[in-house]
Design a protein around this ligand. Structure first.
Ligand SMILES: [Cu+2]
Length: 115
């Protein structure tokens, strides 16, 4: 890999299980706080790649996980992480923070994939 990314930089507290952001793709931003996502609903078109940035404005470590799509980003307090997301089929997919207890505390949301 020839490029340094912010998430590689020192901390193991940031990462992604998603492809790198795709140049020119539409960008969407999700803010994580202790304990919510803003906005709680994300709308994206089916079959088109969007770049998702998780901005952690909370005091704790958070992630965004979409199990149905194998997508995940994580970031420690006051940092962000970005990755490319492509949902092939329309539908509603739950996302949440997988840090133990956070989902139960309110860190859940819905990804709406539009036809
Ligand atoms: Cu969390």
């Amino acid at each position: 890999m020839s490029q340094m990314h912010a998430w590689m930089n020192g901390s193991d507290q940031q990462g992604r299980s998603a492809p790198a952001p795709s140049p020119g793709a539409t960008a969407i931003r999700v803010v994580a706080r202790d304990f919510s996502f803003s906005p709680p609903e994300l709308d994206i078109p089916a079959g088109r790649t969007v770049n998702v940035t998780l901005v952690n404005e909370g005091d704790l470590f958070h992630d965004i996980t979409i199990p149905a799509l194998g997508f995940g980003l994580s970031a420690s307090s006051d940092t962000s992480a970005s990755g490319a997301l492509t949902a092939p089929k329309p539908g509603r997919y739950e996302f949440f923070c997988s840090v133990p207890g956070h989902r139960e505390a309110g860190m859940t949301g819905t990804l709406v994939v539009l036809p």
